[in-house]
Write a protein that binds this ligand. Structure first.
Ligand SMILES: Nc1nc2c(c(=O)[nH]1)N[C@H]1C(S)=C(S)[C@@H](COP(=O)(O)O)O[C@H]1N2
Ligand SMILES: [Mo]
Length: 538
């Protein structure tokens, strides 16, 4: 192939290479303009709040409307990176679409601008339809898109001379002493750099200011936690001295996190209030200061997630400080006909909790403000969340909670109900082997087998271990402060035979129920089955 020859008829005034380059530049103009639109939108969120960002609003719509299977796939494939993966995916999609918009934009036929308008409209719809959003939620998108379109017009205009001024063959422009096209190109470069700079600077300022000045973090640091009226005491014997067993109290940094929030809601204590309404005698509204002044109690409660697989790590134990929800419901006066409390988070998540679990004086369901002696970490629900002993998190542990509606299961549905999960979901009896690790290579002799078992609000009365096809052997149980937390166990196995061995565990709850070995998936109401580990003795 001889590229020096002209293989195709040359377009007027430009070679194929130049044409491709111009297309590339137009695509770049589109991407830069979209970047500017998004950057400006982020800047405007300083005035309208972080939740009005179009990227986050659209992302949340995607998260909320994704079919169950897609969500499971995303969680399984990307794990805890599913949210980052979604944002990266959205970024790539936006880049591709805006490149196309750049290529399609013409002076007289502004198809590119039309694409911007369509996506702007989607952003506006996503932002204003979020729970608690007003019309001002449209502002970031509207202003961002308007400025983005101006940039798109200017940038593509700067690329135009070849197309609209050279209409004779040969491109007379080339022969002029000062090449107007290169002058325009220089204009394009300057405009591009300017657009990119403004986009990055506004996005950065927007994010920083919304995060700090409107600041949840700042108000969290200012909190002075009151002393609890009733303190939790953890017996010394709750923590076994076995290497590798889970800590009895899970540190905040190690605590599993599950939620649908793309961005951790940023609620300052000043902005927080809780409304209790619905089937009540009188509505109750509570501010954070009012909540802190109430006599708070401290409770040790193990939280677990319905999505936890057999042997999984979506469970954690913490010391919670808060106020009994029962007492707030008493203040409001609950109707006899009600059977559910629909709790909503500031970002629109909802959980449906059986009323009796919240009003039962024997079960301290709490509106928690602190976790392990610190104000709630932002990602665990700051400033206030619910914690209910014995129920899976998705039906009870609403983080960033701002609203409790007393209602009925036959009238209201919570977030996960139409997505296939059970309406009511008490935590199932479970046990887990923490040590030895899977596929551990261990020497023959005495081996510490240990882990945790849980049956929140009932308690664990027995744990047994079986090696291969042997008989079930009773493990030693650690102490617990009450029935609402997991319980550590240990068993000393004397390994003799070399080769692969399977270790199984099963628990019995305090009511005498034996853990089932029947395998069930987490959907719809929690996994069952026995955990086992394969180890190699050599
Ligand atoms: N606002 C809000 N609260 C929520 C959720 C959520 O998606 N949004 N997920 C629930 C689920 S499924 C679980 S298991 C627990 C997890 O709490 P953690 O992240 O503090 O461990 O929070 C619950 N509370
Ligand atoms: Mo969960």
């Amino acid at each position: 192939m001889n590229t020096n020859d002209e293989p195709t008829p040359p377009a007027p005034g430009q070679t194929r290479g130049a044409k491709l380059r111009r297309l590339g530049l137009k695509a770049l103009a589109g991407v830069l303009s979209a970047g500017l639109a998004l950057g400006i939108a982020e800047l405007i969120t300083v005035l309208t709040g972080a939740r009005t960002s179009p990227v986050l609003a659209i992302g949340s719509v995607v998260v909320d409307s994704a079919p169950k299977g897609v969500k499971d796939f995303a969680i399984a494939t990307f794990g805890i990176y599913d949210k980052i993966a979604l944002l990266v995916g959205m970024g790539l999609a936006i880049a591709a679409l805006s490149a196309i918009a750049g290529v399609l934009e013409r002076r007289s036929r502004p198809y590119g601008s039309a694409i911007f308008v369509v996506f702007g409209a989607l952003g506006v719809i996503a932002a204003v339809t979020r729970v608690g959003a007003g019309v001002s939620a449209a502002l970031p998108t509207v202003i961002g898109v308007a400025i983005g379109i101006v940039a798109l017009r200017l940038l593509t205009g700067a690329l135009r001379p070849a197309e609209e001024t050279s209409n004779g063959p040969g491109g007379t422009a080339e022969s002029l002493p000062v090449n107007p096209r290169s002058v325009r190109r220089r204009g394009f470069v300057q405009l591009s750099v300017g657009t990119a700079l403004i986009a990055v600077v506004s996005a950065t300022i927007g994010r920083l200011v919304t995060a700090t000045v409107r600041g949840a973090q700042a108000s969290r640091e200012a909190i002075r936690l009151p002393r609890p009226g009733r303190r939790a005491t953890i017996p010394d014997g709750a923590q076994l001295e076995v290497d590798g067993v889970s800590d009895y109290v899970t540190g905040n940094a190690d605590f599993y996190r599950i939620d649908t929030a793309l961005q951790v809601p940023q609620i300052s204590t000043d902005d927080w209030s809780l409304r209790i309404h619905g089937m009540v005698d009188k509505e109750v509204e509570l501010s954070f200061d009012q909540l802190l002044k109430k006599p708070l109690i401290e409770r040790v409660i193990t939280l677990s997630c319905v999505s936890n697989e057999v042997g999984g790590t979506l469970a954690g134990n913490a010391v919670w400080l808060g106020y009994p929800i029962r007492l707030l419901l008493e203040e409001a006066g609950v109707s006899r006909d009600a059977d559910m409390v629909l709790s909503s988070s500031q970002d629109g998540y909802t959980a449906g909790t059986p009323l009796e679990a919240l009003t039962d004086p024997g079960r301290d369901s709490i509106l928690a403000v602190a976790m392990n002696g610190e104000p709630l970490p932002l990602e665990h629900g700051f400033p206030v969340r619910m914690v209910v002993p014995g129920l899976y998190g998705y039906v009870s542990a609403t983080k960033w909670v701002v609203d409790l509606e007393v209602t009925r299961f036959d009238q209201k549905q919570a977030y996960w109900t139409p997505r296939g999960y059970a309406e009511r979901a008490p935590i199932k009896l479970a046990s887990r082997i923490d040590v030895p690790k899977s596929f551990a290579k261990i020497g023959p002799g005495k081996i510490a087998v240990a882990g945790v078992a849980w049956a929140q609000h009932t308690g664990i009365s027995k744990v047994e271990v079986r090696i291969d096809e042997g008989s079930w052997q009773e493990a030693t149980l650690a102490e617990v402060p009450g029935p609402d937390t997991w319980r550590q166990w240990r068993y000393e196995w004397t390994a003799r035979d070399k080769g692969n061995h399977y270790i199984y565990v099963r628990a019995t709850d305090a009511d005498g129920n034996l853990q089932t070995d029947k395998r069930a998936d987490p959907l719809p109401d929690g996994a069952t089955g026995l955990h086992n580990r394969m180890v190699r003795v050599e």
